[in-house]
Design a protein around this ligand. Structure first.
Ligand SMILES: Cc1ncc(C[n+]2csc(CCOP(=O)(O)OP(=O)(O)O)c2C)c(N)n1
Length: 568
């Protein structure tokens, strides 16, 4: 078999459905191998878009998303998206072409050491030197990418190697792999710590989404009464409707949830990635006990010294803790009868049950008040929380919102109520602007029956606006809501906070309606707040055409994102 065919057969055997990419001369053998395969090639208009699409594909499917570019400039264009996926723990494979091996050692057209460029932004990378090793290398790449913590891998296939012949067959991936179970002694110690805590708090991170642990954690919270909160990238693991859930934490000094977390004496962190939110913010005095539960060991960090570290499957671990708590039949706090609608045989009345502390109740109330404060405010430009609540009301629980990066992201993280995992996607590790529009294309491909809504700033929208053509070509009815302020709002906010004025952040916008139309999309510029829900309703009716909705946003209260006393 020709090496490029073998490479694509190997991807098929890994279950790859899509390759997002933009070809060059050096990838042409691969392109014709894809043409003869089951894999769909999604042509993009900039390689960065391809990497963001692979990233969101990886987040939603928990399979490796694949993106492709040519050598040199194509590869460097991929880099931002690959770094984003890697830091946000999304499994992706980046494939790049390369010049003929006989030219590699000397100055030659577009020849650069791409593998070295990908070193700091991938878990593993390799240049394939002969056809016979392709099955091993591809299998290895997929195994490393999906292994916890998931991330990016990179493979380079030089032009001449792609034309070689090989008799080697693809290596089959295992049908199932075992998950590690926690050690019993550690579980006993965890239970002792929980039982002696006065104000325990569960801190939920993105590892719970990757580990499909939502149902276990919901059961745990319901049975024990322990309050919880999540990071930006773990929205929906616990429903924001849960009365003990203090929703989203992640703003440095100004965070409702932080007020509560600072008072907790025990933090049970589950699938928490430090890249999202530094523990210094909540454990600056080093006064917390910490139980670390994750599928990977804890990062070494001064402000995050776990008393107990359990490295095992999150679901198994939570179940084991619940079982141990039940077996102890210790009634520590005032016991309550609590609903038992889950599927194991635990007797809920035997569980120790934590009453919600007054402070946590107060914080939950303030969070709800904040979300709803402007729900009937029809001032224009629209208030950020009004915009968010209108979008929430327009969507079903399983529809997907994808946020770009900027001040709008903080508003969305803090106030977009999320009820299920992977229904509000935020990039919060690498935080690259321009993520949301390409990401929505991948989301709509894998979730054709859910509405997919992008919320982005007017800055971030134009960073990957070219992918609107991809969305139109693929007939994807994504909705893009552009928060307009003619400013890199997040940056001017920080500048004004520190320097008293802003510099080099203002710009002018194109006419978003004609821009949308020129791509073949539908465009609206919402000019009154009353109109917004009506336009959203109309936008939802589109079944095959992307809809762009631009709306002016009142950013005058953005400073509360930095020094929030929550009275405003
Ligand atoms: C690719 C990239 N460039 C720069 C930044 C730094 N940055 C973070 S937020 C921001 C401003 C975003 O502006 P806009 O998209 O208009 O959203 P807003 O803050 O106004 O809501 C910038 C420049 C970044 N995160 N990513």
């Amino acid at each position: 078999m020709k090496a490029s065919d073998l490479f694509i057969r190997c991807l098929e055997s890994e279950g790859v459905e899509y390759i997002f990419g933009l070809p060059g001369e050096e990838t042409n053998d691969l392109m014709f191998s894809v043409l003869n395969s089951q894999i769909k090639f999604i042509l993009v208009r900039h390689e960065q878009g391809a990497a963001f699409m692979a990233d969101v594909y990886g987040r939603l499917t928990q399979k490796v998303g694949v993106c492709l570019s040519t050598l040199g400039p194509g590869a460097t264009n991929l880099i931002t998206g690959v770094a984003n996926a890697n830091m946000d723990r999304s499994p992706i494979l980046a494939i790049t072409g390369q010049t003929d091996s006989s030219l590699r050692h000397k100055e030659s057209h577009q020849n650069m050491d791409v593998v070295s460029m990908f070193k700091p932004i991938t878990k593993w990378r390799w240049s394939i030197h002969n056809a016979d090793v392709i099955p091993e290398i591809v299998r290895r790449a997929f195994k490393i990418s999906i292994g916890e913590k998931a991330g990016a891998v990179h493979l380079e296939l030089p032009e001449d190697v792609a034309k070689e012949k090989s008799y080697i067959k693809p290596i089959k991936k295992p049908r199932r792999t075992s998950k590690s179970r926690p050690h019993n002694d550690l579980i006993k110690n965890v239970v002792k710590m929980i039982l002696s805590a006065k104000m325990p708090m569960i801190l939920i991170g993105n590892g719970c989404i990757r580990g499909n642990a939502s149902s276990y954690i919901r059961k745990f919270v319901e049975r024990t009464g322990i309050s919880s909160m999540n990071t930006f990238m773990a929205k929906g693991v616990i429903s924001d409707k849960s009365e003990r859930h203090l929703q989203t934490i992640g703003i440095k000094d100004a965070d409702h949830a932080l007020i509560a977390l600072k008072e907790a004496d025990l933090v049970i962190s589950i699938g928490y990635d430090l890249v999202e939110y530094s523990p210094k913010n909540w454990n600056g005095n080093l006064d917390k006990k910490i139980i670390h539960i994750d599928s990977a060991p804890a990062e070494v960090e001064t402000y995050y010294p776990p008393n107990i570290e359990i490295v095992a499957d999150i679901g198994y671990t939570i179940n084991a803790i619940l079982l141990e708590l039940t077996e102890k039949k210790i009634k520590v706090k005032k016991e309550k009868k609590i609903s038992n609608n889950s599927n194991n045989n635990l007797d809920s009345t035997d569980m120790p049950y934590f009453e919600m502390p007054d402070l946590f109740m107060k914080v939950k109330k303030q969070i709800t008040e904040r979300i709803e404060k402007f729900k009937d405010d029809f001032g224009y430009p629209i208030k950020p929380t009004k915009l968010v609540i209108d979008v929430r009301n327009a969507l079903d629980e399983n529809d997907i919102v994808i946020s770009d990066v900027g001040a709008h992201k903080l508003w969305i993280a803090k106030t977009y109520e999320t009820f299920n995992p992977n229904t509000c996607l935020i990039t919060n590790g690498f935080c690259s602007m321009g993520f949301a529009l390409p990401g929505a294309i991948a989301a709509q491909l894998v979730r054709p029956n859910q509405k997919v809504v992008v919320m982005c700033g007017d800055g971030g929208f134009l960073m990957n606006v070219q992918e609107l053509e991809t969305a139109v070509r693929l007939q994807l009815p994504i909705i893009v809501i552009i928060w307009c302020d003619s400013d890199f709002g997040m940056i001017s906010l920080k500048q004004i906070h520190e320097f008293g004025k802003s510099a080099f952040t203002r710009f002018t916008n194109p006419d978003f309606v004609t821009l949308a139309q020129s791509f073949g999309a539908i465009g609206y510029y919402v000019k009154t707040t009353e109109e917004f829900p009506k336009i959203l309703k109309k936008a939802k009716e589109s079944t095959s055409v992307p809809v762009i909705i631009a709306i002016d946003v009142d950013y005058s209260k953005n400073q509360i994102l930095l020094n929030d006393d929550f009275s405003d």
